[in-house]
Design a protein around this ligand. Structure first.
Ligand code: PRP
Ligand code: URA
Length: 215
């Protein structure tokens, strides 16, 4: 299970496979193809943790021999919401675990000078109030993008939201928790700090550029 460090509402996944893969992801020499595969695999492992408390409901199942009672996840299909672009790298891995999940999209990029999120796309299922949402973004730096994405989901009616990221900075985590105290954050690492241009240290660089080879 994830540990709870000093920040309430932040859960860091300490699973050895996650930590092993994260170190490879941080390595500047990891090529785009491997980087993409690692993001995919870590996202899947994190989704396993993030879904540990989903509600189950019993239903009858016919085995080849008799009828038994099986369990299935109750309620409407959950919704994965990647923050474009880098969040896209986390979608497929989670869909392999939860193939019936819906996928919404939030288009945001961080202005290089102001570090403020700039909004360009938003599409999620219409019945947002009845669903559980996983917002996906490998990086939680100043928190601006996460705060804006969650606010847009809430405006659309969402009330049950979790934020899944790979690397988080303390400043960003505190800002998100202050703006959205009802939203738990699951991360693979809580890093030291941000540098003076808003990059996470030690971090892994620009996640979008490393995923899509646009450096
Ligand atoms: C990166 C990252 C987050 C954001 C985090 O995206 O994927 O969305 O920065 O920074 P913040 O916490 O300070 O808002 P970027 O803006 O580089 O866009 P991209 O994914 O399209 O490259
Ligand atoms: N966005 C990234 O991709 N990396 C960082 O370190 C900070 C924001």
């Amino acid at each position: 299970m994830p540990t709870t460090p000093d920040i309430p509402g932040l859960f860091v996944v300490q699973h050895p496979l996650v930590q092993h893969k994260l170190a490879l992801l941080r390595d500047r020499n990891t090529p785009t193809k491997i980087f993409k595969e690692l993001v995919d695999e870590i996202a899947m492992l994190m989704a396993y943790e993030a879904t540990a408390n989903l509600t189950l409901e019993p239903y009858p199942v016919e085995t080849p021999l008799e009828t038994t009672i099986g369990q299935r996840v109750a309620g409407k299909k959950l919704v994965l919401v990647p923050i474009l672009r880098a969040g896209l790298g986390m979608v497929e891995g989670i869909l392999r675990l939860i193939p019936s999940a819906r996928v919404g999209h939030v288009g945001l990029y961080r202005d290089h000078d102001t570090l403020q999120p700039v909004d360009y796309y938003f599409k999620v299922p219409a019945d947002a109030a009845e669903r559980e949402f996983f917002v996906l973004d490998p990086m939680l730096a100043t928190g601006g993008s996460a705060i804006a994405a969650i606010a847009k989901l809430k405006k659309a009616g969402a009330t049950r939201i979790r934020f899944l990221c790979l690397v988080a900075a303390p400043k960003g985590v505190l800002r998100v928790r202050e703006a959205h105290p009802d939203v738990p954050i699951l991360a693979a690492a809580l890093d030291r700090e941000l540098n003076d241009v808003g990059y996470i240290l030690p971090g892994l660089g620009d996640a979008g550029d490393r995923l899509f080879g646009t450096r």
